[in-house]
Ligand binder design. Structure first.
Ligand code: ADP
Ligand code: MG
Length: 338
């Protein structure tokens, strides 16, 4: 079974919840009615040593912040703000206490930065390796929540920030390449210490311009395929000028990788992907500018299904390549078990 099949199996067994659940399995967060006007947003993400992080190069303060950021990212992706955090900490006997203190300080400082509080959790011994599982509870106006399911044919597809930096950074770090070279610092930092785009998510939600939104955790191709599936549409990605690809060229050459592949298939960027109507382009750009984030048009929503890449050919024509699920699946990618 792959990751999707496991989630689908749980979904089928769980059955429907009561009427307070406005959105169950299948979006960035579960959405639960709070008081008729506002909703709770609930999400959980896990960081496992050897799968999601490597202590050999991941500073503990940054890992603590990342544990919060990757969860808060899902709340921002639905247009909400994080409020409460629960933490399950699994640590092996004889864990390094100074490492732990730095991790805890990074985690709690990140909570303050994002405006949420650690309110509970669980602490257990882990026979092997460190693992941290966070639940973040956020809040939003009920009528402003942006789901994955609202994209309409003709919508523009936008992403915030550059793509592929986290995948490039991870590869450079794993190979121990040029650890001090400033030109590669943004890539390493994106893997080690991503920032959740909460302000952007909230402003887009308030504006009512985004028909559908999600955060990019598994790679653009995979995540866009999920958004399309939930929305009952297809999409075309214009790959000739994906944001970040030119900046990745030197790093790609160094490790013999393909910068475009990083941008399309690399996970953990924690940028936002959203669909908005063509008429809203100027307003969308203005919101990006208010948040200090470059927003890039990367494609268009079409009727039908599936995601395809549109690439210009040297002869002036274009080629269309079907892609789907090229990103990270925990049960298909051997790296998860390596
Ligand atoms: P994201 O990348 O946004 O964190 P995932 O791809 O991990 O989302 O999960 C997709 C959806 O499946 C989410 O709604 C998540 O809550 C749900 N999900 C994932 N794993 C499980 C599980 N073991 N049981 C129930 N729901 C799950
Ligand atoms: Mg998500």
């Amino acid at each position: 079974m792959n990751e999707r099949q496991i989630i689908e199996y749980f979904t089928a067994l769980a059955g429907p919840a009561d009427g307070r659940l406005l959105q169950g399995i299948g979006d960035d967060c579960a959405v639960v009615d709070k008081d008729g006007c506002r909703v709770w947003l609930l999400t959980m993400d896990t960081l496992i040593e050897g799968v999601h992080f490597d202590c050999a190069f991941h500073p503990p303060e940054k890992l603590g912040r990342k544990a919060v950021s990757v969860n808060v990212s899902d709340v921002g992706a639905m247009g909400g703000r994080p409020v409460f955090v629960l933490l399950s900490a699994g640590m092996p006997p004889g864990f390094d206490e100074s490492w732990f203190r730095a991790f805890a300080q990074g985690l709690t400082a990140a909570c303050r930065e994002y405006g949420c509080w650690l309110i509970g959790g669980d602490t257990v011994a882990s026979p092997q390796g460190l693992n941290f599982c966070l639940t973040v509870i956020g809040e939003a106006e009920a009528n402003q929540v942006v789901r994955r399911s609202g994209a309409r044919p003709g919508d523009d597809l936008w992403v915030s920030g550059p793509l592929g930096y986290a995948a490039a950074g991870l590869e450079l770090l794993q190979r121990g390449l040029a650890p001090d070279e400033a030109v590669f610092a943004p890539f390493r930092e994106k893997h080690l210490n991503p920032t959740a785009r909460v302000e952007l998510g909230c402003r887009l939600a308030e504006s009512g311009l985004a028909h559908a939104m999600m955060d990019l955790s598994d790679g653009l191709a995979t995540d866009l395929a999920h958004l399309c599936k939930r929305s009952g549409v297809g999409a075309r990605l214009w790959v000739h000028d994906l944001p970040g690809v030119s900046a990745l060229a030197e790093a790609a050459a160094l490790v013999g990788a393909d910068a475009e592949r990083w941008a399309i298939g690399g996970g953990e960027d924690y940028e936002l992907l959203f669909a908005a109507p063509v008429e809203a382009r100027d307003q969308v750009r203005a919101i990006g500018a208010q948040c200090g984030l470059p927003l890039s048009l990367v494609g268009t929503v079409i009727a039908g299904e599936g995601v395809s890449l549109i690439r210009p050919r040297p002869d002036g024509g274009v080629e269309e390549i079907a892609v789907a699920y090229q990103g990270f699946d925990h049960f298909r990618n051997t790296r998860a078990w390596g």
